[in-house]
Design a protein around this ligand. Sequence first.
Ligand code: AMP
Length: 446
Amino acid sequence: MTDFSALGLSAQIVSRIGAEGYEKPTPIQEKAIPLVLEGRDVMGLAQTGTGKTAAFGLPIIDMLLQNGKKPDPKTVKTLILAPTRELVNQIAENLRIFARKTPLKVNIVVGGASINRQQHQLSSGTDILVATPGRLLDLLDRRALRLDAVRFLVLDEADQMLDLGFIHDLKKIAALVPDQRQTMLFSATMPKSIADLSRSFLSNPERVEVSPPGKTADKIDQAVHFVAGKAEKVELLRQELTSHPEGRAIVFLRTKHGAEKLMKHLDSRGFATASIHGNKSQGQRERALKAFKDGSINVLVATDVAARGIDVPGVTHVYNYDLPEVADAYVHRIGRTARAGNDGKAIAFCTPEESGLLRDIQRLTGIDIAVASGEPHAHADRPARGRGGRGRGNPSGKPARRARPSGNNGGQRHAGDARDGAHRNGPAKSRPRRQRNRQNDRRQSA
Ligand code: AMP
């Protein structure tokens, strides 16, 4: 396998990351780094946890160091946009490690923190700014910074930015960045909306793919419990958590109210737990994440928006307590486990109302999820909620891949048995209105 120096990175960077224990580049790094160093625009398709941050961060830092010039006051040389505060923090944390012992200044711009402080930090100029789109626009309105010196633009987790409705913000921001720039767009999934975004933001991009879009991490052992109703889920979760006392689990729910209620219930039953969702302040979220990382709690109850991009080593279980309304989110959720070469389990709970969502997930991932308990709900007489139409089981016509069987059922049965096919998620504007409305609700409820 290649090492980092063979990719064209400077000796300084190679030795810096070597000190952090990065010995061999990951596949996305091996493919993307030489292209970025050549000055190409890159459209990167990679699963979560594949090393995307270093894939764009290392060559950018290298090129900024070669250039050597300090940024002028209020200007920014590199702009990295990401969908959530947590992801912004995580990217910046990684970049600061890569840029340690260099003069490069990495700043953060996110909502939920003091805008005056951020304005002050931007005043002397920034080499790398990592930002969520909304707060960045607020600061641009205040004339706290200018984007006319941006050389590198990175859109990370672009599919989630679109799901969260950031498209207009992204367009406004891109209009302020010079055309003469290098752009990198990373996404775990490749709906048509991302292809459109790539066409309008990138110039003759090189596509770099480390696994087919929508495929879930290979090392994740997936299973589903079919339950009759919501009430059964609580009991099942308690049993699951009790049977894996050494585990470190993230439990995903659809709404912040649901997440808070479940967290309180688990807490009252003696589980070491915290919640992370849109009703929590930045400080509360950071404390919850820290407690989860340092092991003082081992169950984190979360909504999608807040949990995006969380990189906690050693997450053993991801519970889809509620199935996500958008199938892509399933891929992101379960990508919180099996990171950096570890194994992980993804366990879903599915009520009859959610069987259409499960079907969407199986179609997107091409995987028949093993049944851990219960009987697949019959839904042959009814199309998936909000999807209209029905096709045959799999758009590719190929048999669905089977997930590795869950330990407790031997994987004899599979949840796809009753699949009658709903459409794979298309771009937002071509989806039925009910589905779009649900997505809007999701933004507000998470
Ligand atoms: P990312 O996909 O950028 O969130 O990275 C996922 C995790 O893998 C992070 O904890 C990184 O620090 C780690 N990582 C990324 N690249 C490498 C590498 N080449 N060698 C070892 N660890 C890495």
